[in-house]
Ligand binder design. Structure first.
Ligand code: ZN
Length: 178
């Protein structure tokens, strides 16, 4: 049986920015991220990043800028079993931008090639992460380490199953609730 944690990137693993993380220089990784992710790896969870990166579709950065950010992130926090980005703008009408669950489904389809799924989590810092996670059948954890640290239930169509201050607390919660 396969256990999976899907992770939003910005605001969860690294500091989010209003104007997108457009280059490696703008990538500020949370100091606790590697240790937190390693605890999940040690408990045999598969880890996937599922991240909206509309800065690409908006022309603020290129796919190769996005790759350069990824190439700084992975050596710093360790490997993922897969990384799925939606590069589209909100009005592109794509099927992969969160809150739609398609990006998460792609990650889960990859995980299923390893075996039947026994436990699936989505960790994110925004209502769209929680909505996408719920639609994809995940238990959801909202982390308040993003740009909007206060939890306002009014902006959530789907409430999170759990709320954590940061990734470290989210991991503790996942390992406890397992
Ligand atoms: Zn998309």
């Amino acid at each position: 049986m396969v256990k999976v944690v899907l992770l939003d990137r910005d605001g969860v693993i690294n500091v989010d920015r209003h104007e997108y993380v457009k280059s490696p220089a703008e990538l500020e990784i949370f100091s606790y991220a590697k240790e937190a992710l390693d605890r999940l790896r040690g408990a045999a969870y598969l880890l996937y990043i599922v991240s909206n990166q509309s800065g690409v579709g908006r022309g603020l950065m290129t796919e190769s800028d996005l790759d350069a950010v990824t190439n700084k992130l992975v050596p710093a926090v360790g490997p993922f079993d897969g990384i799925f980005y939606c590069p589209h703008k909100p009005d592109d009408g794509c099927d992969c931008r969160k809150p739609l669950p398609e990006l998460l489904r792609r990650a889960l389809a990859d995980a299923k090639t390893r075996g039947p799924l026994s436990e699936v989590w989505m960790v994110g810092d925004s209502p769209s992460d929680i909505a996408a996670g719920a639609a994809a059948g995940c238990r959801t954890v909202l982390v308040t380490s993003g740009l909007n640290p206060d939890y306002d239930p009014a902006v959530f169509d789907v409430p999170p199953d759990y709320i954590a201050g940061d990734l470290t607390e989210a991991v503790r919660l996942i390992l406890t609730a397992g």
